[in-house]
Design a protein around this ligand. Structure first.
Ligand code: TNX
Length: 499
């Protein structure tokens, strides 16, 4: 078929509503859409112009996807549009994306791509294929600054390529944070050059590894880790896509893999092994061992150097503080500091590592238990995970808070009663995720002011038994619902749309 004939057929079908482009197909739904009559046919070749050199990587990226059209990318967004906001204007002459900042232009590009046939994502639109867009103006900006996904790569190792694919898929929905849970009891996943056994030993479990497996096979050795070069590659890949990667090293608990690699970090006592079939399951860093802080300084220095994110997540959840109660050195430290409850040694430990992070230029992030005692600085971001009450409590205490409360955002929970997944926080349906609003969740106006945003959390204990699609299966489509809950104002999000 010749070009003119194809253009004619497409124009007719667009005019009569076939292949119509509706703004409600956009996820997350934009703040404001103005559609005019008519259709803009894209010129059959591609021309992308940028007004600022910092937008060149975005032009190159778009050139790899968009087969046709005249596009202008600028930073001349209308005054007053909030950060990451953009204005997308499609006229018969050209497409203009004006962002407030780099992220705004990225977001505008994602909206443009969603207006095109889905094949645009698979390279299925051949160059020269006639494409039509509605004549439309979209002005858009996020309701929440922090729109995140957390991925646990410790229980199930997720190879670099799959992490990058996930970054593709979340960034298309304007998610702007990947919280990367890089170390836990069942695996240490980031190369630390000054402490090589963390990955040599701690990245592997089962088989001949001293790290005994809890998930997966006892015979076959399982694991993997990212080299520092691979970490840099993922971070750069994410940055181009407006995704900030926040690394997490879970401390002082959840550290069994590290403790098997370097047993000296544990408390100084001989544990009874009868209840644990002969295995030393201890997983908590000793608070009183001064050399531990030198090791932690090395770890934090190397991690901080790899991630441009201002935030470094230091864990702080589910610490088995009974181990400190058995330790003569921790007991002496309690006495010296006048601490009567061993659990409060967590404040001592967290304050030390938060200070180390600050020395390496990072603000710390922690899970909500670490802030419960109130003993850590108010500049620390708190991830409220246990439930809404815990998240509200952190916000009420004045901590910048990321809400990832189990009952809404733990995507290792089942999506329906007979699905795969945990159930401790209930069944987390797509509708439930979509229905989230700070107001409906009971946050007062002053608590809401301290909320930075929301995050989908995927712990992967169940990953190995559920195959290679587990991560995608658990995250999607719930991440799409989360993306809209974080982006689109509550007043525009009354019910889950079924289109
Ligand atoms: C709680 S969330 C954990 C994880 C588990 C998860 C299972 C958090 C900070 N700790 O270690 O994997 O529950 O849902």
């Amino acid at each position: 078929m010749n070009y003119e004939l194809r253009v004619l057929i497409i124009s007719i079908s667009v005019l009569f509503g076939l292949g119509r482009v509706e703004a409600q197909n956009l996820v997350p739904q934009p703040v404001s859409v103005e559609k005019s009559e008519g259709v803009a046919m894209l010129i059959p070749y591609r021309s992308i112009e940028v007004t600022h050199s910092e937008l060149s990587p975005l032009a190159d990226h778009l050139a790899g996807i968009l087969p046709a059209g005249r596009v202008r990318l600028t930073l001349d967004a209308p005054a007053g549009l909030p950060a990451e906001g953009y204005r997308l204007e499609v006229s018969p002459e050209r497409i203009t994306i004006a962002g407030c900042d780099y992220g705004g232009v990225w977001n505008g590009i994602q909206t443009l791509l969603q207006l095109l046939p889905a094949e645009v994502y698979s390279g299925g639109l051949a160059a020269g294929y006639p494409l039509a867009l509605p004549v439309i103006t979209i002005e858009d900006y996020p309701a929440m600054e922090y729109r995140g996904v957390m991925l646990d790569v410790a229980r199930t190792f997720v190879p670099k390529e799959q992490v990058m694919r996930l970054i593709d898929n979340i960034s298309r929905h304007k998610i702007n944070r990947l919280h990367w849970h890089l170390a836990d009891d069942e695996g240490w996943r980031i190369e630390i050059k000054s402490l090589p056994k963390l990955t040599e030993t701690g990245a592997w479990r089962g088989g001949d590894s001293p790290v005994f497996p809890v998930y997966g096979s006892w015979d076959a050795k399982y694991g993997g880790f990212y080299t520092q070069d691979e970490i840099r590659e993922v971070v750069a890949y994410a940055a181009l896509r407006n995704v900030e990667v926040i690394p997490e090293i879970d401390l002082p608990g959840h550290s069994r893999a590290a403790a098997i690699a370097y047993p000296e970090i544990l408390c100084d006592y001989t544990p009874s092994l009868t209840a644990s079939a002969g295995y030393d399951t201890r997983n908590v860093w000793c608070v009183a061992r001064e050399e531990n802080y030198a090791m932690l300084d090395s770890i934090i220095r190397e991690v901080a150097g790899l991630f441009p994110s201002p935030t470094l997540h230091l864990g702080g959840d589910e610490v088995l503080t009974g181990q400190w109660r058995e330790c003569p050195h921790c007991k002496a430290l309690m006495k010296e500091r006048g601490i009567t409850d061993a659990a409060r040694l967590q404040d001592v430990f967290m304050s030390r590592v938060i200070e180390i992070a600050a020395r390496h230029g990072k603000r710390a992030g922690v899970w909500n238990e670490a802030a419960a005692g109130g003993g850590i600085p108010k500049s620390t971001t708190v991830w409220g995970w246990e439930n809404l009450t815990a998240a509200r409590k952190a916000a009420a205490a004045g901590y910048p808070t990321v809400v990832c409360a189990g009952e809404y955002f733990y995507f290792d929970m089942r999506q329906s009663p007979r699905d795969i997944g945990h159930i401790w926080a209930g069944i987390v349906t797509l509708e439930k995720v979509y229905s989230f609003s700070l107001e409906a969740a009971g946050f007062t106006a002053s608590e809401a002011e301290n909320v930075r945003g929301i995050e989908a959390t995927l712990f992967t204990e169940l990953g190995l038994e559920n195959g290679p699609d587990y991560v995608d299966y658990q995250l999607f489509p719930r991440v799409c619902a989360l993306a809209e809950a974080a982006w689109t104002p509550d007043s525009q999000r009354k019910t889950l749309r079924n289109d």
